[in-house]
Design a binder for this molecule. Structure first.
Ligand code: HEC
Ligand code: HEC
Ligand code: HEC
Ligand code: HEC
Length: 144
């Protein structure tokens, strides 16, 4: 019983830390795709809206995978208690053996920009820097 409470507290603490760190709406129940736009934090914050992408029929596993690079399904994600497992930087950092998969710039551009260039179902996404990155002068939350 006590152990369970500890787990709940740890999950809550992680949620708070994440909230401050940029992932906006970490849920405490089963995890679902956020309905609001996320601001991906970093030196060049960028916008990302799940709903725009899910409407085109993209599966969670197009972007989310586990430590073995196996695509995650909505069910896998719902079973998680902590969205920090989904944060790309939790795996894509200096400890990753492949040099080209260590930085946010590399992994996000590889995943996001590459598809925008190629297009999906006949639609292209923004490829100019300002199509994803917030303008400097604005505050992140007003940048949408
Ligand atoms: C399709 C969306 C998209 C486009 C277009 C895009 N980026 Fe990014 N980029 C991202 C995301 C998401 C990140 C991760 C956020 C961050 O690291 O600040 C990122 C990260 C970066 C970073 C690393 C920042 C850091 O934290 O170290 C740089 C530098 C960068 N982008 C430059 C550019 C430039 C210059 C252009 C235009 C030539 C561009 N990006 C176009 C999505 C995009
Ligand atoms: C086109 C890419 C893409 C698809 C498809 C996608 N996601 Fe995400 N998701 C992201 C990115 C990027 C983040 C932010 C990760 C980061 O900041 O490191 C994210 C974050 C999340 C988070 C954490 C949000 C938070 O505020 O803590 C959840 C939960 C999530 N996704 C669930 C889902 C589910 C469920 C699906 C499928 C129904 C899905 N995602 C499909 C790209 C995607
Ligand atoms: C739990 C750990 C983990 C998380 C979280 C994670 N990755 Fe990965 N990622 C991996 C592993 C492992 C590989 C495969 C490396 C290899 O080729 O051996 C990989 C490969 C990749 C690749 C290159 C291969 C491909 O699929 O195109 C890209 C791009 C990538 N990840 C982007 C992302 C993005 C964007 C996120 C966040 C939405 C993310 N990753 C979250 C572990 C992770
Ligand atoms: C598999 C393809 C694919 C992937 C992966 C993808 N996108 Fe997109 N994205 C699109 C397409 C296509 C559109 C245009 C949708 C439309 O016109 O209805 C789009 C639109 C957008 C827009 C403009 C619409 C808006 O929300 O204002 C932004 C910003 C964006 N994507 C950011 C991202 C970021 C950041 C990532 C990576 C985390 C990403 N996308 C990953 C295909 C993709």
């Amino acid at each position: 019983m006590q152990k369970r409470m500890m787990l709940v507290r740890t999950a809550l603490a992680a949620t708070l830390v994440l909230g401050l760190g940029g992932l906006s709406t970490a849920a405490t129940g089963p995890l679902k795709a956020p309905t609001e736009q996320l601001i991906i934090a970093g030196k060049k914050p960028a916008r990302f809206d799940h709903s725009v992408h899910l409407k085109m029929g993209l599966k969670c596993g197009t972007c989310h995978h586990d430590q073995d690079h196996k695509p995650l399904t909505a069910k896998d994600i719902a079973a998680m208690t902590d969205s920090s497992q989904l944060a790309c930087v939790s795996c894509h950092n200096k400890s990753r053996p492949q040099m080209e998969l260590q930085t946010k710039r590399d992994v996000f551009h590889a995943r996001c920009r590459a598809c925008h260039q190629k297009g999906y179902q006949g639609k292209k996404g923004p490829t100019r820097c300002s199509g994803c990155h917030l303008k400097r002068k604005r505050q992140p939350l007003e940048g949408c």
